[in-house]
Design a protein around this ligand. Structure first.
Ligand code: AMP
Length: 395
């Protein structure tokens, strides 16, 4: 696996695929610069070597060239975060980009205009990728958030850099973190899967049953498992057509010696609303008119005990409807337990879908070992897929 450390960037132009798909407000100001900050170590290392950086990214989902999706809006934020001034090219490919790249001197940074202003980017067009490849000497992929897409700048381009392509620091860190959980993790290994639906997590569950010792299943998924085993779940969210699958997962887990932990009690509500009436109930005895929206106190305690036993922890998906204050406490309690286990030496990885939002909202970001920057890319990695953007560097 080639990383930045395998190259000396002195007088070289590094063409770096970053993920600067940052949120903007109505005044086109960046409201969360986390993604820019995440790319900083890679950029700084290349500049310190004596090289220059050509940054390429997409922003949003433009249809052709649309001013509101221009990366020029983020130039001053990138300068703030990196602490140096940067140049901007009004196209990412062709004469404008080529001239700007040619004029770039060691120590300088050039940001290219939105890749998705050209529809060839998402199509993975080979000629477009070749056009991009002319801009730099070494290709660096540091965009985990788009590594699951076979787009021109994330995957197809790599074939034009045989022997001179590598992972940036961020992408290398993401790969290492997943490996630490899925391959080399210290036992006991625990996966916690929450969120809304079994159907969106089924491939992950099947893949990780071979890799974990404990599996906590929480959130809305709980009720498909409970109903499948004959429990009464009232009006709780349930996928009736996935009940056989749930029973099969329980059977497979037994065969593979994986201990499954489901909530035993829930905080139920008489409506899907923060203002609803609530009551703690046995998860198998929820009457009609009530729905489980968060983990109950006994479940929180059980989950705490499991988390504290484990040395490697993967967390994907909230334990309740955390967006509503009154149903966030199961997710917060779990975050507290994982933070405590991490402080005691466990390795904890949080990632995929909504988990990162929950972790940030409740301030656990710096209390876990690693928070993944890729939602979909993380989910696909956990499903056991080799992401095209990663495969293209390894080829
Ligand atoms: P996912 O994207 O699959 O990780 O699902 C996240 C969503 O699951 C969040 O928006 C939560 O509100 C939702 N969720 C968690 N627990 C429940 C529950 N008991 N009932 C309904 N939705 C839930």
């Amino acid at each position: 696996m080639k990383t930045l450390n395998d190259f000396n960037f002195d007088k070289k132009k590094a063409l770096i695929r970053v993920d600067f798909n940052v949120p903007l407000n109505d005044d086109f100001e960046v409201t969360d610069a986390t993604r820019i900050l995440s790319a900083k170590p890679t950029i700084i290392k290349i500049l310190e070597d004596g090289g220059s950086c050509i940054l390429m990214s997409h922003l949003g989902r433009p249809k052709g060239v649309q001013e509101e999706f221009s990366l020029k809006h983020i130039v001053s934020k990138v300068e703030d975060v990196l602490g140096v001034s940067i140049k901007f090219a009004e196209d990412c490919v062709g004469p404008i980009a080529e001239e700007a790249a040619q004029n770039l001197k060691p120590g300088e940074i050039l940001l290219l205009e939105n890749l998705r202003f050209h529809e060839e980017e998402k199509r993975g067009d080979k000629d477009f990728a070749e056009g991009l490849s002319k801009l730099g000497d070494i290709y660096v992929n540091d965009a985990f958030g788009t590594a699951h897409r076979a787009h021109a700048s994330t995957t197809i381009i790599a074939q034009f850099f045989s022997g001179s392509k590598c992972f940036g620091n961020l992408l290398a860190q993401e790969i290492e973190s997943i490996k630490k959980v899925m391959e080399t993790g210290q036992k006991p290994v625990l996966a916690i899967l929450g969120g809304a639906k079994v159907s969106s997590k089924i491939t992950i569950i099947e893949n990780i049953l071979d890799k974990v010792d404990h599996l906590i299943i929480g959130g809305g998924m709980t009720f498909t498992f409970v109903k499948a085993q004959g429990g009464s779940i009232g009006d709780s969210i349930c996928e009736d057509d996935k009940m056989d699958l749930a029973l099969d997962i329980l059977k497979q887990a037994k065969q593979k010696n994986v201990q499954i932990h489901l909530p035993v009690d829930v905080l139920a509500a008489n409506a899907f609303s923060n203002d609803a009436e609530t009551q703690v109930m046995d998860v198998t005895k929820i009457p009609d008119g009530w729905q489980g929206l968060d983990a109950g106190p006994k479940s929180k305690e059980n989950f705490h005990n499991v988390v504290m036993q484990c040395k490697t922890i993967l967390w994907n998906g909230p334990l309740g409807v955390f967006e509503m204050e009154n149903f966030a406490s199961g997710t917060i309690a779990l975050g507290d337990s994982i933070a405590e286990a991490t402080e005691n030496g466990a390795f904890s990885l949080v990632g995929g879908g909504d988990s990162v939002a929950a972790v940030k909202q409740f301030g656990f970001e710096n209390k876990v070992s690693y928070v993944s920057t890729g939602g979909g890319a993380m989910l696909e990695s956990l499903e056991g897929k080799i992401l095209p953007g990663i495969a293209a560097i390894l080829e």
